[in-house]
Ligand binder design. Structure first.
Ligand code: COA
Length: 266
């Protein structure tokens, strides 16, 4: 399946269950204007519809990438600023869409990933970056602050000191430093980047999809509640997975040496 929105390209590989959402304003380094925010939400809506009509799940993993060879996204579209407030609310709603999407979402970061672009990536479950990528929150250079939680995500991942450093100085971090701080999951050589991301996505897509969805939901839910309540939530979800065909398939593969399991999301 391929679908073209004004500023976003959407494709879905039915066989692998992998969807790709491409931010497609390469001339503006994929800066997030109102249209692209709307199109990202529409693209994920289209993917949800695919899932609703599927036997099992249609989307096992979604990947977000930037078109062109310079940026994932250089952040909120600065030309929309001025004459009032920058539109930070809609950026948060793009994150809500991605966080609320059932399947894991991977940010494929190759190039600049700044401001709202980094916040978009923080809304994803995984961040994979090429070595030459540069990440940062340059909003302070414009006299504002990251309006969609950029500094809060960093504070939770790497501590408040790092959050203040990154957001106050507004510098571009090399991917390797972002990796050391835990802000991105993996950093790959530029030459190997596409292949390494494809391998990571393939591995994730081969895992039992309902288990992936339950883990995403459970870990996200657990961030806002006491540990005891988070564990109680998992305990309630557990029996629903025990009843799935995928659990039986995994158990069979464990018991039989030469059996390769295939998980259908049922
Ligand atoms: N909003 C709107 N347009 C943007 C943009 C943004 N956030 N970031 C880049 N662009 C546009 C530039 O205006 C330029 O357009 P033009 O060719 O029509 O002049 C084009 O993308 C290429 O960017 P340019 O600045 O010429 O490239 P560069 O290599 O000199 O610098 C960056 C690259 C990323 C360092 C620089 O573009 C930048 O600092 N962008 C803003 C990042 C930012 O502050 N984001 C947070 C906003 S709150």
């Amino acid at each position: 399946m391929q679908e073209e929105f004004d500023t976003v390209l959407l494709s879905h590989d039915e066989e692998r269950g992998v969807a790709t959402v491409t931010l497609n304003r390469p001339d503006a380094l994929n800066a997030m204007n109102a249209q692209i925010r709307e199109d990202v939400v529409s693209a994920f809506g289209a993917l949800e519809e695919l899932d609703e009509g599927a036997d099992g799940v249609a989307v096992r993993v979604a990947v977000i990438e930037g078109a062109g060879d310079r940026a994932f996204s250089a952040g909120a579209d600065i030309t929309e600023f001025g004459g009032g407030e920058p539109r930070v609310g809609p950026m948060s709603s793009v994150q809500d869409t991605i966080r609320g999407f059932g399947a894991p979402v991977v940010a494929k970061i190759d190039g600049y990933c700044l401001g709202g672009g980094l916040e978009l990536a923080f809304g994803c479950d995984f961040r994979l970056a090429s070595e030459s990528s540069r990440l940062g929150l340059p909003e302070s250079n414009l006299g504002i602050l990251p309006g969609a939680g950029g500094a809060q995500y960093i504070a939770r991942i790497a501590g408040p000191g790092v959050a203040k450093e990154v957001a106050m100085l507004g510098e571009h971090l090399p991917a390797e430093r972002a990796g050391d701080l835990g802000l991105v999951h993996r950093v790959f050589d530029d030459e190997a980047f596409d292949d390494e991301v494809a391998a990571f996505v393939e591995e994730l897509a081969g895992q039992p999809p309902l288990s992936m969805r339950a883990i995403k939901d459970s870990v996200d839910h657990g961030q806002g509640v006491p540990l005891r309540e988070a564990i109680a939530y998992d305990r309630r979800v557990f029996p629903t997975l025990v009843e799935t065909e995928d659990h039986a398939e995994g158990a069979r593969a464990f018991a039989e040496d030469d059996y390769e399991p295939t998980f259908e999301g049922r």
